[in-house]
Design a protein around this ligand. Structure first.
Ligand code: SF4
Length: 412
């Protein structure tokens, strides 16, 4: 195996150097918007109002736009709208057609191709929806879809049928019916607000919704899933954090895929949320040419911890229609997990999951560390490939010889 300090074959810097570079924090800067006042630039509503939403705007701000991207942007609004905040747009490297930020938000014409195994609702959410906008798939928790809008649109979005309303999906948030269902089901102890992005609601609306949920005695725990901290860190105002703080225990899962998304602005926004006592987790999607590289992933998870965020899930890209060009293989995902576990802090290692196609829920997938197991022993492998024996007994009391490392090269 290549040493972390040895140069790559193609003349690239050694992995350890790339790791250091990716972990540095930079501001997104102002780019084309250098003449905009600080007050406007730091105002989340200004950012939303000035999003890039058309192929022509993209071409103006990104002269290196390829014909495939231009055609994709032209067609985008038939499937999933194009929208990029000026802040996030500034993270795109105009000189790099394969820039990992660009691949996530600039449409390509390949989105219009649907493979035979792809679906519009790959996680089967609609079939587990007792009332519109509520998904009750697991026994003790529900997913509450509070809006169909996002600050920007990810080209691999599992809910592209729903968000941006580009596909004419019939989405009617009916808070009364949704809250009524939760109130009538005492087994629901955990409510995850998602969408779309719940943090696009005004502070007042969000406060009212959280207050109504918190008033239900059996709801123990509230969660928000949001990409706002990375698409629009300006939204994480002190006022928002002060309001959220009233509803503990409240957890927040952010969505970030590449270390370049973790800018100084994002780090500061996440710091404000963490200071408000909100435990933070991150959900990433494994994406081809974005983060399907062990060293990129290692830099990302380590940088998340610096931002006080626990890497929570790494998702295998769902079988959403038009995503084949962005989907990395499960084998690649397992190789990356193998390069994380043991090679970096356990807190930095997310759980790799596949959301079972059609509605089976999240299934953890892991590299194989248990090599064989019977009534008398368990053979395990560590991150270095060394094999050990753990003695086993039916009542849990080990008998026989003490644990040892096994010298059986053919098993390694
Ligand atoms: S932020 Fe989430 S819901 Fe919105 S487009 Fe991205 S993946 Fe989809």
């Amino acid at each position: 195996m290549k040493d972390d300090n040895s140069p790559a074959n193609d003349g690239e810097p050694p992995p350890s150097q790339r790791l250091r570079v990716w972990k540095q924090f930079h501001s997104a800067g102002r780019g084309f918007w250098r003449d905009v006042s600080d007050a406007d630039w730091n105002n989340w509503r200004w950012q939303l109002q000035h999003r890039i939403t058309t192929a022509e705007q993209l071409q103006k701000f990104l002269p290196t736009l390829t014909p495939e991207e231009f055609a994709g942007a032209k067609l985008a609004n038939h499937k999933l709208a194009l929208a990029i905040t000026p802040y996030f747009f500034n993270l795109i490297d105009p000189a790099d057609e394969h820039c990992p930020i660009r691949l996530q938000v600039i449409p390509k014409v390949a989105e219009m191709h649907t493979a035979s195994w792809e679906m519009s609702d790959p996680c089967g959410e609609d079939s587990h929806s007792p009332v519109p906008g509520l998904v009750h798939r697991y026994p003790d928790r529900v997913l509450f879809l509070v809006t169909d809008r996002c600050a920007a649109y990810c080209r691999y979005c599992t809910r592209s049928r729903l968000v941006s309303n580009a596909s004419g999906y019939d989405f009617h948030p009916e808070f009364d019916r949704q809250i009524g269902y939760i109130a009538q089901h005492p087994e629901i102890r955990d409510v995850l607000l998602s969408g779309g992005d719940p943090l696009l609601l005004s502070d007042e609306k969000l406060e009212s919704l959280l207050g109504r949920l918190r008033a239900i005695p059996h709801v123990e725990f509230l969660r928000i899933g949001s990409r706002i901290p990375t698409f629009l860190p300006q939204r994480i105002t002190p006022e928002l954090c002060a309001m959220l703080k009233k509803f503990h225990p409240l957890f927040l899962s952010i969505h970030s895929n590449h270390p370049r998304e973790l800018t100084t602005e994002v780090r500061d926004a996440l710091g404000r949320l963490a200071d408000a006592g909100i435990p933070l987790g991150n959900q990433s999607v494994l994406l081809k040419h974005v983060n399907d590289d062990a060293m990129v992933m290692r830099a990302h998870v380590q940088k998340l911890l610096i931002c006080r965020v626990k890497p929570y899930y790494l998702y295998q890209c769902d079988l959403i229609s038009g995503s084949a060009h962005l989907r990395a293989s499960v084998s690649r995902g397992l190789e990356i997990m193998e390069q994380l576990r043991g090679h970096t802090t356990g807190y930095a290692v997310p759980q790799y999951v596949i959301d079972a196609p059609g509605g089976g829920g999240k299934v953890p997938v892991n590299p194989e560390y248990v090599l064989c197991r019977n009534a008398g022993r368990v053979l395990i492998r560590n991150y270095e490939g060394k094999i050990f024996e753990y003695p086993e007994a039916p009542d849990g009391t080990p008998t026989g010889k003490p644990p040892k490392e096994i010298e059986e090269p053919e098993l390694v």
